[in-house]
Ligand binder design. Structure first.
Ligand code: PLP
Length: 423
């Protein structure tokens, strides 16, 4: 980290040397009095690619020109769009295209995955999850257990953090898995915790869970498009994610799931089914008994939103053009840079709760005046997010943020902290 210098010209030099610098101009940046805002909210709603509008218009045009025939006709028949998205997502998820299905929304998909991967039997009934899991995961899992006439308070084991940072060391997770051993049916964690920004050791957790005979799933809302994933090689059973954060798929974007290849031809697999999960070559024969597609698209239920496909597709084209390896390289450098700047500007009343194992996100915990700091940052053109009761989260991302923006942010933060007598 010593190679960094905390000054503007050093930040600008890094931007000049950045092989991804031109990608910023592929996005629409929110404006503040005619000037680009600094948008550090890739962890919340990624920015709109400029190409997205044209991609939507293309679908509208096909609909206008060909009506329902657009599913089958033209250079980009709608029936083939799912395969394109599977291909685009595969390197980002570290998966084979056949292990991916692009469908629905995250919470919906979690329910669908629970049907398939939570199979309580005998003593093996427990689910291990984070105490500070994203609330929707807790609602989904608790309500699913109630639906099975099981008591969520008896089934769910919540991993508690030792303190207000909400960080849970990986070793504690592995220990909990070993402690509960043969009672565990499922381990379900966020890949990156939404609050602390902690990146979990998904490979180690998966190994530990499989060693005691449990299934493993991850909520990758904050991990996909952010950190390196090797879902196939890690042998994760399933994962689900939303696409509106680091994937820039737009508000309410179509989400995705991963199902490991070894489960794809499991004839005993329980699944809620619909006609869009039927094998594609015979879907329109309209047979009245289900025959699953041979890949993860078997979990699809309904006719997809082609407009939503277009939004996600336009962003995945940018990921492909930039190259996932180069994106990860810049992500790693940005993380080191923000960590370096942070160390220079923090005050005693402000604590960075994000551990060194992380993606783009940093979470700053304020003892006091956190909301005032947030408001002043917004006034100065910085868009970060405020989490009750006292956390500011920020996530500079490789595709559209610069090293100079990070420098300017920490400079402004330092000035605000001084003015509020927090430094
Ligand atoms: C970690 C995490 N899980 C689940 C969700 C819920 O996603 P959705 O509203 O797409 O179902 C979110 C939404 O932000 C999230 O951040």
């Amino acid at each position: 980290m010593s190679e960094f210098q905390n000054n503007l010209s050093f930040a600008e030099k890094m931007d000049l040397e950045d092989p991804l610098q031109t990608f910023r101009s592929s996005f629409l940046i929110p404006q503040n009095k005619g000037v680009d805002r600094t948008y550090f909210l890739g962890n919340s709603l990624g920015l709109q690619p400029k190409k997205t509008k044209a991609a939507i218009e293309k679908i509208l045009h096909q609909w206008q020109e060909e009506g329902v025939e657009s599913f089958f006709k033209g250079e980009d028949p709608w029936l083939d769009l799912h395969e394109k998205l599977q291909q685009g997502m595969a390197p980002i998820a570290g998966a084979k295209p056949v292990e991916i299905s692009i469908m629905n929304q995250l919470s919906v998909n979690l329910h669908l995955m629970l049907v398939s991967f939570y199979q309580p039997a005998g003593k093996r009934k427990k689910i291990l999850m984070e105490g500070k899991a994203f609330p929707s995961d807790q609602y989904a899992i608790r309500s699913y257990l109630e639906h099975l006439h099981l008591d969520p308070d008896e089934i769910i084991i919540e991993l508690a953090a030792a303190d207000e940072t909400e960080v849970i060391p990986d070793a504690h997770i592995v220990q909990a898995i070993q402690d509960h051993g043969e009672e565990l049916a499922l381990v379900f964690l966020g890949g990156v915790n939404y609050y602390s920004g902690q990146l979990f050791d998904m490979a180690g957790i998966t190994r530990a869970a499989h060693a005691v005979g449990a299934k493993v799933g991850f909520d990758l809302a904050h991990a996909i498009g952010n950190v390196s994933l090797q879902l196939h090689d890690w042998e994760v059973d399933f994962a689900c994610w939303c696409s509106y954060k680091y994937l820039n798929g737009g508000p309410g974007a179509v989400a995705g799931v991963f199902v490991h290849e070894r489960h794809l031809d499991d004839q005993g697999m329980k699944r809620l089914s619909g006609w869009w999960g039927y094998r594609k070559d015979e879907r329109f024969l309209m047979k009245n008994r289900f025959s699953a597609a041979p890949d993860a698209s078997a979990w699809q239920l309904s006719t997809p939103s082609v407009l939503n496909y277009a939004c996600l597709g336009s962003s995945l084209e940018l990921f492909a053009a930039a190259g996932w390896t180069r994106i990860l390289e810049k992500q790693a450098k940005l993380v080191q840079w923000t960590h370096f700047l942070l160390q220079d500007s923090l005050a005693p009343q402000v604590q960075c709760i994000t551990p060194s194992s992380r993606g783009c996100q940093l979470s700053l915990l304020f003892n006091e005046k956190g909301k005032e700091v947030y408001d002043q940052l917004f006034e100065k053109g910085f868009m970060v997010d405020w989490r009750e009761p006292n956390v500011i989260r920020l996530a500079p991302v490789p595709l559209y943020n610069s090293y100079t923006e990070a420098y300017q942010f920490f400079k402004a933060l330092g000035e605000i902290l001084k003015a509020l007598h927090l430094q």
